[in-house]
Design a protein around this ligand. Structure first.
Ligand code: KIV
Length: 271
């Protein structure tokens, strides 16, 4: 009988154990079935259905326009592909800030309609009431501090955050608050590596960085950026593992040429 591989589903508890063992956590974004299937087959630990879908999939310049229904659509597509990775979905802008009852309703809709494992919220002290209310319903939360793209209109720029002492101390306080509230982990985006390492040391929960140095417990990147599908976005923290935009365009050009020259389909490609 052929050996069937046993799939161990990644849980928030497994991430916690990974931190204790010093095993780094790998995380990437996905927004659709086909890509999510590849990431899961490659044995990635965590898939984030990020609201970066607003930029990458829908072409908006910020993450603000994407709706709850659209995030649920992306999350459901991802969930149909995944059997191993932990799947976290971003709660979109406007669904949890300022009103904890609405936050809980939004989180419940996400969990019920997509079947994901957890939600991610941006912010610290200012959203803690929503965090606590969602957690009280048994929904796991991943926090997100540092550069929080949903607040772009407050910051006005995507530059490195928490470079001054006051903002750094606020970030450390917020991180402790999120841990105390019961978040299972925190994403730290675009902050000095030293600060990322400090938060990672001080907190017991896993810290996953994007532009937060290598002293954190894991790394996350936007899939389309690391594969080189997006072309204009080139922050210092981004490592491109491929130049897919050129490969895709090259394949499309070759196809156009074959169609025009009636080189496709050939004898073997027709009935
Ligand atoms: O939406 C997203 O892709 C994110 C990552 C940048 C962490 O939040």
């Amino acid at each position: 009988m052929a050996n069937k591989k046993i799939i161990t589903k990644v849980t928030t508890h497994i991430l916690q154990e990974m931190k204790l063992k010093g095993e780094k956590i790998s995380m990437l974004t996905a927004y659709d079935y086909s890509m999510a299937r590849l990431l899961d087959e490659a044995e990635l630990d965590v898939i984030l259905v990020g609201d970066s879908a607003s930029n990458v999939m829908a072409g908006y310049t910020t993450t603000l326009p994407i709706t709850l229904n659209e995030m649920i659509y992306h999350a459901s597509s991802v969930m149909r592909a995944v059997s191993r990775a932990l799947v976290v979905v971003d709660m979109p802008f406007g669904t949890y800030q300022g009103n904890s009852k609405e936050a809980l309703n939004s989180a419940i809709r996400i969990m019920k309609e997509s079947g994901v494992d957890a939600v991610k919220l941006e912010g610290g002290k200012e959203i803690v009431e929503s965090v606590e209310r969602i957690l009280s319903a048994g929904i796991p939360i991943l926090g997100h501090l540092g550069l929080t793209p949903q607040s772009i209109h407050k910051f006005g720029t995507y530059i490195v955050r928490a470079t001054d002492e006051k903002e750094a101390e606020k970030l450390v306080e917020d991180a402790h608050l999120l841990e105390k509230s019961g978040c299972f982990g925190i994403v730290l985006e675009k902050i000095p590596a030293k600060l990322g390492a400090r938060v990672t040391k001080e907190l017991k929960i896993p810290i996953i960085g994007i532009g937060a140095g290598n002293g954190v417990d894991g790394q996350v990147l936007v899939l389309h950026d690391m594969l080189g599908i997006t072309q204009k976005f080139s922050p210092r923290f981004l490592r491109r593992y491929h130049n897919l935009s050129e490969e895709i365009k090259g394949s499309v050009r070759a196809y156009i040429e074959d169609v025009k020259s009636v080189n496709f389909p050939n004898e073997r490609e027709q009935y």
